[in-house]
Design a protein around this ligand. Structure first.
Ligand code: NAP
Length: 288
């Protein structure tokens, strides 16, 4: 049986095996999908052992997406731009890497949440592997303005620099700042009502320990979409915070299912229907 897995650290709570088994059942594909915990200093040897044991491909999660990118012999254009990969396929000619996080996020926002991205003012927090994967696809989706903020400013600056040419080409205003700089933007409530952000994407790992988001209040326009890539109980403080801001709150479960569907297509050449799978997970995991 063809074998796949999600490799990360931590990985035990990943829902990817459930999602891929549901996709396989729906599309009549015969495969096995598991979880593999890689030591923090042992990602490469863990993937090599999985491939040597008959693995056909894997998903890669926190904190190994940049390392996965480096391991590949060739990459999709979106992975190339991101500098991070969440999908590896062990082709005989050499390992191939993709990054499906961005298309997953864009599909969840535009199709599942029904929020158009064309022309919006978008604030994204975080500059790690997840942010790197979604920045290009958000620019491609036609946002008007994108402000990328991170706790460590230099990482946000570097991501913006590597995407500057694409942003210019698409006519998107792309800028970076540190999280600390955001406080200056909350002054002037009237201005905020007319100029506040339409969409907030929390691509930082701030919810990993179920903490409150590191984002000052008052940056979003009423009715804005506020999405945290985290899902499950750890996303609850973010969802509560977003609703207290007058925003429509959304967690990362839809993105998770959508990015998985694109990885499945990379490996099996078929696109599963994400809707019944998302509905089933939503019933199990809760959230919104
Ligand atoms: P990563 O590469 O380790 O990057 C972590 C990022 O979070 C960095 O920008 C880091 O800032 C920031 N950060 C961490 N703790 C913070 C805090 N307390 N306050 C402010 N910023 C903080 O991780 P990643 O791969 O990008 O993943 C980020 C999150 O997205 C994770 O929670 C992951 O589970 C989630 N995710 C979900 C999906 C999905 O499908 N739903 C897909 C991908 C990722 P510094 O640079 O300053 O350290």
């Amino acid at each position: 049986m063809d074998r796949y897995a999600v490799i990360g650290n931590p990985v035990e709570h990943s829902r990817s095996p459930t999602i891929h088994h549901l996709f396989a059942e729906q599309t009549g594909q015969i495969l096995e999908y598991g979880r593999v915990l890689a030591p923090l200093d042992g990602f490469t040897r863990t993937v090599q052992a999985f491939a040597a044991g008959g693995g056909k491909g894997c998903n890669v999660t926190i904190p190994f997406k940049q390392e996965a990118w480096s391991l590949a012999a060739s990459r999709s254009p979106r992975a190339e731009l991101a500098g991070a990969a969440n999908t590896l396929r062990f082709d005989a000619a050499g390992w191939w890497a993709d990054n499906t996080d961005g298309i997953g996020l864009v599909r969840d926002i535009t199709r599942n949440a029904g929020v158009p991205l064309k022309g919006v003012r978008l604030l994204m927090v975080g500059a790690g592997g997840a942010a790197a994967g979604v920045l290009g696809p958000l620019i491609d989706a036609g946002v008007g303005e994108l402000l990328l903020v991170n706790r460590t400013r230099e990482k946000a600056d570097a991501l913006v620099a590597s995407h500057a040419a694409l942003a210019r080409q698409r006519g998107v205003t792309l800028t970076s700042a540190s999280l600390a700089d955001l406080n200056g933007l909350t002054e002037g409530a009237d201005e905020r009502r007319t100029h506040g952000f339409d969409v907030l994407v929390n691509a930082s790992a701030s919810s990993l320990n179920a903490g409150a988001p590191p984002i000052p209040a008052g940056l979003l326009r009423p009715g804005a979409l506020a999405l945290d890539m985290m899902y499950g109980p750890a996303a609850q403080p973010f969802l509560a915070w977003a609703e207290a801001q007058g925003a429509v709150a959304r967690d990362g479960l839809g993105m998770l299912v959508e990015q998985a569907a694109e990885s499945f297509r990379d490996w099996r050449g078929v696109s599963p229907d994400t809707q019944p799978v998302l509905a089933r997970l939503r019933a199990e995991v809760g959230g919104r």
